[in-house]
Design a protein around this ligand. Sequence first.
Ligand code: SAH
Length: 227
Amino acid sequence: VRPPSPPGGLGLVSDCARARMIAGLRAAGVRDPAVLEAMARVPRHHFVEPALASRAYEDVALPIGHGQTISRPGTVARMLEILLASIPPQQRALARALEIGTGCGYQAALMAALGGEVVSIERVRGLHETARERLRPLRLSSLRLMFGDGHLGAPNEAPFDAIILAAAGPRIPEDLLSQMKIPARLLAPVGDGERQALHLVERTGDETWELTILDAARFVPLRNGTT
Ligand code: SAH
């Protein structure tokens, strides 16, 4: 007869699964030690429905309700790695960061774990509220969730050192470009459903932004207004 599993048994199983996910990310080419360490620490299973928790460490997007998904861990790792790589080595933290598209809050939690003072905006009230509940036990005091249309950014919290969009629009919203510090970086998928690419924008002056187009991407659409 097996003894009843100790409290935290599920924790041990998920630690194992998470370690496998990290090994998979490494094998896929993720190198940044800070990103790998943050992803080893933040429990992704905590951000999905209990029925999906056993799949939380596979490299797949999973449904989070309201027709939205939690991004693949590989995608989140790549985004965070690009953003960190563009920051001068002496700074090496996300500093004041803005996320558009909180979803379930997973990437926001990682950004806070990477040392960011993070503001994250979600346009679907149900998701915003669920993210708030899921994040509460993690006690990330440097993370602030807002309900609203991310096209407008967060003027009262601006300017930002780093901005990341988790949804793809036809272009990068003007308000976000003007809420960047000088210097600052913004990373966003741009394009329509089928043809999207990650765009990295670096603000170099009052009226100057430099664009680098990176990998092809596949994100949910950036929508207008709130619901
Ligand atoms: N960051 C999430 C990704 C969620 S998917 C993660 O960690 O997995 C992208 C999210 O962007 C969806 O929840 C969608 O509702 C939201 N979104 C789309 N358009 C938006 C907008 N204009 N403002 C804020 N959120 C938006």
